[in-house]
Ligand binder design. Structure first.
Ligand SMILES: Nc1nc2c(ncn2[C@@H]2O[C@H](COP(=O)(O)OP(=O)(O)OP(=O)(O)O)[C@@H](O)[C@H]2O)c(=O)[nH]1
Ligand SMILES: [Mg+2]
Length: 409
């Protein structure tokens, strides 16, 4: 039986859940982003063979000696099983914050040039000791993402530790300046997070990365939770492994807290990644919450900059989250219905946020069209001026900010 097959919830009935993003954009702003190319007929999810990120000297802006560990860093953990979109999500988050003016709902808070990126260099080759922080060249960091190059799956040996420092304004008049350091371990789903059993050193890395995180983002592709009935046999199998992977990751997280007798409250976000993917059954959600943003992001980003924009955005996000809670609760499959309840670590049930880091069909289309790879001049021409559009990836950062300032949540 098709255990996960769902009828769409009536997203647009009653109160108009996402009225804000359905407002037609002003005509003159529409051409800013070229329309997305037609998807290929057979969208393949290519096996990733690209090189892992190896940072060279030119990737660093300077060689400062700042320690990576800062006692008042606000830790945000992003975890999930293999291939759920963690690496893309972090890239997309940074891309969205890079220019404060284009940071959507974060624009109101972010300083101009308010997003900075550091990488831990490790100490004595011990990954668990993060050592010094080196400033990363931000333009190089997002280069592959911006050029639609497929990012490699994160293996255990290429895991990296990042810190994204967001300088922002607080206070009634926005005159106080402060910083939030978001730490992110780009961990390997296969090599660390969803391992069947963890070694002592794996546990150390887990604890170092996630024990003190105030906000935890658990990733699961939207289509994995709510698959369309047209899924292929292969996709059904992948879907099963996505759900097994999430359960494993949550078990490790719970064990870690138990081992360390931690009962402190952690806010959780269930990131339903890849919400642009057609394999999801929730087409109305896609059409109202993802697609308008994907098609013309700039008018929406502009609306979100306003104070009323932020409040409405959070209100809309809350309604989407509530509707998805109802959707999970009504699933016929216990393994799906149980997911939100499994993510309550004293901070209440999670916010559920469908998001898209990159338009997957276009990524597949470019891979299929340019077999000669990324250096094909025609490909370069095609991707120039048509960078990916991250959709709602800034919400976890906004929620983390609210959490830190005890506001809005
Ligand atoms: N449609 C769509 N596909 C995505 C998106 N993000 C990632 N993907 C696809 O999912 C694949 C895996 O994404 P990653 O970000 O590498 O996944 P990960 O969670 O880091 O996986 P590991 O590094 O193996 O733990 C990518 O190669 C893309 O094909 C998205 O927002 N939309
Ligand atoms: Mg990865």
């Amino acid at each position: 039986m098709d255990d996960g097959e769902k009828k769409d919830v009536p997203w647009d009935e009653g109160e108009n859940v996402v009225r804000m993003i359905q407002v037609p954009p002003p005509a003159r702003l529409v051409p800013v982003v070229p329309p997305l190319a037609e998807p290929p007929h057979e969208a393949e999810t290519a096996e990733v063979t690209t090189e892992p990120p190896v940072y060279r000297d030119e990737d660093f802006d300077d060689k400062d000696d700042e320690p990576f560990d800062r006692p008042n860093a606000h830790k945000l953990g992003i975890i999930g099983g293999k291939g759920v979109g963690k690496t893309y999500l972090f890239q997309a988050m940074f891309y969205r914050c890079f220019a404060g003016e284009q940071a959507g709902a974060l624009t109101r808070y972010l300083e101009r040039d308010g997003a900075h990126l550091f990488i831990a260099t490790g100490a004595n080759n011990q990954f668990v000791k993060t050592g010094k922080a080196r400033t990363l060249n931000r333009v190089n960091f997002i280069k592959k993402y911006e050029n639609w190059e497929r990012l490699a799956s994160t293996t255990k040996v290429v895991q990296q530790w990042y810190r994204c420092r967001l300088l922002y304004r607080t206070g009634l008049l926005g005159r106080s300046r402060t910083a939030m350091d978001v730490e992110f371990l780009d961990a390997s789903g296969e090599g660390l997070l969803e391992l069947g059993s963890l070694s002592a050193s794996d546990r150390e890395v887990w604890e170092r990365a996630y024990l003190d995180a105030r906000v935890m983002v658990f990733c699961l592709p939207l289509w994995g939770a709510f698959p369309a009935s047209t899924l292929t046999e292969e996709d059904w199998e992948i879907r099963q492994s996505l759900i097994v992977g999430l359960e494993q990751v949550v078990n490790h997280y719970k064990d870690m807290r138990r081992r360390n007798s931690r009962t402190d409250r952690v806010s959780t976000i269930l990131a339903l990644t890849m919400a642009d993917d057609r394999r999801s059954a929730l087409r109305a959600l896609h059409d109202s919450w993802i697609n308008p943003y994907l098609q013309s992001p700039y008018p929406i980003l502009k609306q979100l900059r306003r104070e009323t924009g932020v409040a409405r955005y959070i209100a809309n996000a809350r309604r989407i989250s509530e509707a998805l809670h109802a959707e999970f609760a009504s699933s016929r499959a216990p393994k799906i219905a149980n997911i939100p309840g499994n993510l309550d670590f004293g901070g209440g049930e999670p916010w559920i946020v469908p998001m898209s880091a990159i338009h997957g069909e276009r990524l597949d289309y470019l891979d299929n069209k340019y077999k000669d790879g990324i250096d094909d001049p025609a490909r370069r021409m095609e991707v120039r001026d048509a960078a990916p559009t991250p959709v709602h990836v800034e919400l976890p950062l906004l929620l983390a900010l609210c959490e830190r300032e005890n506001a809005l949540m």
